[in-house]
Design a binder for this molecule. Structure first.
Ligand code: 1GP
Length: 241
């Protein structure tokens, strides 16, 4: 059933906002999943993203299976590598790192992924992934060996996002990087959003309800938060349904 993307588009048309809780398999123990997911279920979260920059083979599948036992929320893979592909999830962001110029992350890994994807029923959602500099080196930057876009060069960010849309990508993800010092500024979000006809995801460094609301107000359709929940699960208490 190809409904994940349709539901995101429908929520955008209805003016509803989505919150994805990002779980990094490298940082979540299986014993901890049930309690954590219980908190996710009582919060305003609409999606669970699973992925990380450096995750061992098989780890993601075990984690996704456990997550699915405790929630009805859609689980979408946000993979740093092809080995994170598992048919236990509902969908996958098929990320092309369009802020960078490393062919492996623009097309190489995707070719490698096809034989695995063909063995799954995952809904594949093509996504233009744009890394924006945030004051410190991110793991995406290190692993992909690409340079992020400068956050003061807004026109370049807007043009990169639009190029992704024109290439046929279904989502654009503005990424400041996990644990970023500066979340993506509202001015960048609103200028990118104005140019796009597809949903916009924003993530990296969002640690408060105020920052979350300001990202929504600027035009983010989906906000992704990982580190703030990892560091303090009490953050869920501020984000009740
Ligand atoms: C990272 O955008 C996500 O890929 C979420 O970032 O962990 O900083 O919330 P945080």
């Amino acid at each position: 059933m190809q409904s994940l993307y349709k539901n995101i588009v429908a929520s955008l048309n209805d003016g509803k906002k989505n919150l994805a809780v990002l779980i990094d398999p490298d940082k979540m123990s299986i014993e901890h999943v049930e309690g954590f997911i219980h908190k996710v279920n009582t919060s305003m979260a609409t999606h669970i993203f699973v992925g990380g920059s450096e995750v061992g083979e098989g780890v993601t599948e075990v984690l996704v299976k456990e997550i699915k036992k405790h929630t009805k929320l859609p689980v979408i893979l946000f993979p740093g590598d092809v080995i994170q592909i598992t048919d236990k999830a509902d969908g996958i962001l098929f990320l092309s790192l369009i802020s960078g110029r490393n062919p492996e992350y623009l097309i190489g890994k995707h070719v490698e992924a096809v034989s695995r994807l063909k063995q799954t029923g995952l809904e594949v959602i093509p996504c233009g992934y744009i890394l924006i500099e945030n004051g410190k080196e991110t793991s995406v930057e290190r692993v992909s060996q690409t340079k992020p876009l400068q956050r003061n060069d807004i026109q370049n960010i807007v043009d990169t996002a639009k190029a992704g849309e024109l290439l046929g990508m279904k989502l654009i993800y503005l990424e400041a990087g996990s644990g970023a010092t500066h979340a993506i500024e509202p001015e960048i979000i609103s200028k990118v959003k104005r140019e796009l006809n597809i949903p916009l995801i924003v993530g990296g460094g969002i640690r408060s309800k105020t920052e979350l609301e300001s990202a929504y107000k600027a035009g983010a359709d989906v906000v992704v938060i990982g580190t703030a929940f990892e560091e303090d699960e009490a953050f869920f208490d501020n984000l009740q349904k």
